[in-house]
Design a protein around this ligand. Sequence first.
Ligand code: PMP
Ligand code: GLN
Length: 412
Amino acid sequence: HASRTDGVDKNVWVEFTQLAADYKAVNLGQGFPDFSPPKFIQEAFCKAVSGGPIMHQYTRAFGHPPLVRSLAKFFSRIVGHEIDPLEDILVTVGAYQALFCAFQALVNEGDEVIIVEPFFDCYQPMVKMAGGKAVYVPLRPKAASGAVLSSGDWVLSAEELASKFTPRTKAVVINTPNNPIGKVYKTEELQMIADLCIKHDALCISDEVYEWLTYDGAKHVKIASLPGMWERTITVGSAGKTFSATGWKVGWAISSGHIVKHMKTIHQNTVYHCATAAQEAVAQGFEREYEVFGSPESYFQQLPAMLHLKRNKLASCLESVGLQPIMPQGGYFMIADISSVKVDYNDQSSVDEPNDFRFVKWLTKEKGLATIPVSAFYSPEHSKEFDKYIRFCFVKEDSTLDAAEDILRKFN
Ligand code: PMP
Ligand code: GLN
């Protein structure tokens, strides 16, 4: 085998999604809604597949023309820059492939990529497969008096971030709203990151798959909209998260044409393009959202309003059983401290694993509730400090959240 597969063979989603299925657990693990996407997008998909022969055939390599047109129209208004549909957008197989194309196209052998911890796990293997070196900088819980209760209390130190830049630094990767803690970066925080990127002539890869999902008045800001950042930012999005249709695997990267050009090279020589009908449906979805933007009919208002309630429901449940949650300002997930739970582990096979991995396996196998260990979102150097947290997904039917609550109440 090729050496590039060494050291990247383990995958938390592969392992824990299978475990949840094997034990038929109530699943608050992998992040996906267990409810249907909105009617309008389901209808758009049905219309696309029954719309004649062309929807079943190849389309343009870098994005189905109606989709790149609607993405450009929609996001030009948000980012405050006229986005060229043909030059500045690449449609990909989910946000995953947008990230993959970015690292492959932009990172050279020996380049350094700064990753803010905790991070969506795939950034590290993707940087490694591109021949780059991941350099980590943590979000740290503010040492405030009392408990840290909101993801907003987890902050990035400007000095610490500045200290990570070297002449080899190629890019900084951020994720807002963040997976797994739900931090939504404030404009000042983004400006600090932007200033350093500009000072060191580095790129910024901004993973914004949860961009519409913010709570309690937190506002999502695109780092690409800050002065001097359009030219150096690759913004990654996902129709899966945008329209609650994760299985469609439609994503995109938006950036300046001089950057997207190189990502297109990777794309045309790997997957070439993604499913035509799914792209057509997503295009219709964005057309509709453009028309109703900012009104109560917009799914980009309805979904966060619904998830806000689910977030609160799960948080009260966790609090009441003594699992102190960190309240997320955005996204699909909530992490909670499991230190207070004393477990008699029977499972000796997991004895060498991190505390949170052991706990999640026990909770799935013995109690029938699937979650995700948070140390999986850290580099090996820092994972030990964070193995007292597990992650819960709350983008679930209330009945699923109730079933999880029943399980938690029984053993605590
Ligand atoms: N980035 C983050 C932060 C994610 O949580 C996910 C998982 N949805 C992805 C990227 C990948 O998204 P997609 O399912 O569109 O490939
Ligand atoms: N982004 C989702 C999560 O964090 C799904 C990850 C995946 O399927 N690989 O749970």
